[in-house]
Design a protein around this ligand. Structure first.
Ligand SMILES: *Cc1c(COP(=O)(O)O)cnc(C)c1O
Length: 219
């Protein structure tokens, strides 16, 4: 697959769902990809990328930004509070706000820094023990808490369990979002982004379908 193929498929899915062209943002997930592959996608004009680790992102993106100042960077992986400041400095959006302690830290730093990236609350729709995210039953209260902290919450994010039909999880996320008056929905990856678009995704996070298979991450 190429970037162009993915863009074409996104456009088709938007049309099929009766949605406006350009209503879905493609986050090209570049984690553990060699720099040549990232550079190739930058050269094709794409500027919106996702990384799942602060450390890897901070080693990689400042240099790319010197050549391409209009890069938009999204953190899509779990965030430790001690890396929050670094993440806020580096990223335009954080998709993994998943617990009160992190929300409070982000709020304090936002006050201090006078700015804050766009935020998405990660919901553990499959209620999986090993996965990050607020449980669906706690989502409404957590969204309210984040709003009380004046955090710029754009929407919700989920990663469906591998063994389950993703559409059920996308629909659940959309329902929680709607009843809380949120508009952003970060959902859909290489294997299921068209289904996510049909169910209202505003941000799809696509890695291997654009860049090719990832080299296996250690650990
Ligand atoms: C790696 C990753 C993706 C992209 O996965 P692909 O299957 O390669 O498209 C999307 N979202 C998150 C949170 C990820 O960590």
């Amino acid at each position: 697959m190429s970037l162009q193929d993915i863009n074409t498929r996104i456009a088709k899915a938007e049309t099929a769902a009766g949605r406006a062209q350009g209503s879905v943002r493609l986050i090209a997930v570049s984690k553990v990809q060699p720099n040549e592959r990232v550079e190739a996608v930058l050269e094709q004009g794409h500027r919106c990328f996702g990384e799942n680790r602060v450390q890897e992102a901070s080693g990689k993106w400042p240099a790319f930004r010197e050549s391409y100042p209009d890069i938009e960077l999204h953190l899509i992986g779990p965030l430790q509070t001690n890396k929050a400041r670094q993440a806020m400095d580096l990223c335009d959006a954080i998709h993994s706000v998943d617990r009160p302690k992190l929300a409070k830290t982000l709020a304090r730093l936002a006050q201090e820094m006078g700015s804050c990236p766009d935020l998405f609350i990660q919901v553990n729709t499959g209620e999986e023990e090993q996965k990050a995210g607020i449980l669906p039953k706690d989502a409404d209260a957590f969204i309210a808490e984040c709003r009380d902290l004046d955090l710029p919450i754009q929407g919700l994010m989920c990663i469906p369990p591998v063994e389950e039909e993703p559409a059920l999880h996308f629909a659940l996320l959309a329902k929680i979002s709607e009843r809380n008056g949120l508009t952003g929905l970060s959902m859909g990856m290489s294997s299921d982004f068209e289904s996510a678009i049909a169910l209202g995704a505003t941000h799809v996070r696509v890695g291997s379908a654009i860049f090719g298979d990832r080299v296996k991450q250690p650990g």
